[in-house]
Structure formats: C-alpha cells, structure tokens
Design a protein around this ligand. Structure first.
Ligand SMILES: [Zn+2]
Length: 244
C-alpha cells in the first residue's frame, strides 16, 4: 500500500497511524533522515507485525513460562462469564493511545504447534502478539491485557478506516491452525471461542459487523487469508447471538 505524504505529516505520526514503526518505514523507503520527508512524495507503507510473513524463530524452551491460570480482567459481561485463561505475558504490546475497543479480529497462526506459536508471540524479536491464543486442545492463553494494544493486524483498515488503527481498536485472537484450509479447527477450539468471543463482544459492546477475520481488514487486500476458509465463522456468530 502506498500513501501520498501531505504537508504537516511526520514519519512518527504516520507510523502510529498505520501501526508500524519509523524504522520500518524508513528502511522500506530508503529514508536516511526520518525528520526530512517531502509532501507529495509516495511512501510505501509496511508493517512491523506481519505474522505469517516472517520466518518463525525456533521454539524456545518453555521453562520461562509462569504456570497457573489467572484471568486479567474481571468478568463484566453480565451472565456470560470470561472463560479461564492461562496468563503468558508478551512484551510485544503498547498503549491503545486512547482508542476504545470496538472490534474483534480472528486469525490462524499458520502452524499446528501451540508451543511454537506461544514462543513466537512472546519473543521480543518477533514483534508480534495477540491478546489471546487458542491452543489445539482448546486452552486459552492470554498474552496481552485487553486494555493494551497487541500487535496482530499489521497494516489494516476496518471498512476503509485506518484511524484509529485496527490494532488500537481491537482484540486479537490467534487460533493454532496450519491455515491450509484442510486442517480442521478442533471442537475444543470452537468451544473455547464460543465462550471467549461472546464475553468480549458483550463486555466491550462490539457490534456483530466488527467481528472480523484478519483477511477482512489487512491491506493491501489479499495480504492475509486468515482465518482459513474452513473456519466456521457462523458457529461463533451464533454463539454471540445466543449470549445477547
Ligand atoms: Zn493474522
């Protein structure tokens, strides 16, 4: 995606707007001095957090993980309870900079290995994260507090709107799945999502049209295909309707 620089734009403001970094924009556009950008010039927008695009680091031993389930946010979704989560904090998060949560984005991880997915989403060098990861066995890991911004959507827009960025306004949920369209999403994963997604939607008053897949928001169109076509979105929407 390209953007035409306007008078008054700064690279740091554009990086915030497109949810990327000054360094990534400078590198992609061969900008030597980030303080000198020219109105009218075209800027190629690249993300820092394009999950499936980057080589995966080898899974690290997981003895650094703290054990024990701990829900970070108290239930506020009325009758719908927040399901138990296992807290595995990721350093890859930042402030929402004032944006309210009004969107839920579902992803597949492009892997069938939950331990490797956890390692990636918690690796400082990977620069990616999500609020939640749903393991193959249906366990729900929480990596970023709901009130903070996770780095899962990259350069994206919700129905054309990129300000606030999709990351700033959304909760991101990664589902461990190879994403080849053939690997089934497990029954345990659907059951976990049928609890977690309605709770999030009620708690943050997310409208149904803002329950989306990464492929629905990623720019340029076609950059992402997740969640894969064999994911039963209708089953999750039905659970949300039952809960409201
Ligand atoms: Zn994704």
């Amino acid at each position: 995606m390209d953007y035409q620089i306007k008078r008054g734009d700064t690279l740091s403001a554009l990086a915030r707007r497109f949810d990327t970094t000054v360094a990534a924009l400078a590198r992609a556009n061969h900008i030597e001095n980030p303080n000198l950008i020219r109105a009218g010039a075209r800027l190629h927008i690249v993300g820092r957090d394009q999950f499936a695009d980057r080589p995966r680091p080898h899974p690290t031993r997981d003895d650094a993980f703290t054990e024990g389930a701990r829900a970070q946010e108290r239930n506020s979704g009325g009758k719908v309870q927040k399901p138990p989560v296992i807290w595995k904090p990721s350093p890859n998060e930042s402030s929402r900079e004032g944006a309210d949560i009004d969107t839920v984005v579902l992803h597949h991880t492009a892997s069938n290995n939950t331990a490797a997915d956890l390692a990636t989403l918690r690796s400082p060098s990977a620069q990616v994260s999500a609020h939640y990861l749903i393991g193959r066995d249906g366990k729900i890991y929480q990596l970023v507090k709901d009130g903070r911004k996770a780095w899962h959507a990259g350069v994206s827009a919700l129905r054309g709107d990129s300000s606030p960025s999709v990351n700033a306004r959304s909760i991101g949920i990664e589902i461990t799945n190879a994403g080849d369209g053939k690997t089934p999403f497990t029954e345990a994963q659907y059951r976990a999502l049928e609890q977690l997604v309605p709770w999030l939607m009620k708690t943050y008053k997310v409208p149904m049209q803002n329950l989306v897949g990464h492929k629905d928001v990623a720019l340029p169109r076609g950059r992402k295909i997740d969640p894969a076509a064999n994911f039963d979105f209708g089953r999750i929407r039905a659970a949300v309707r039952r809960a409201t």
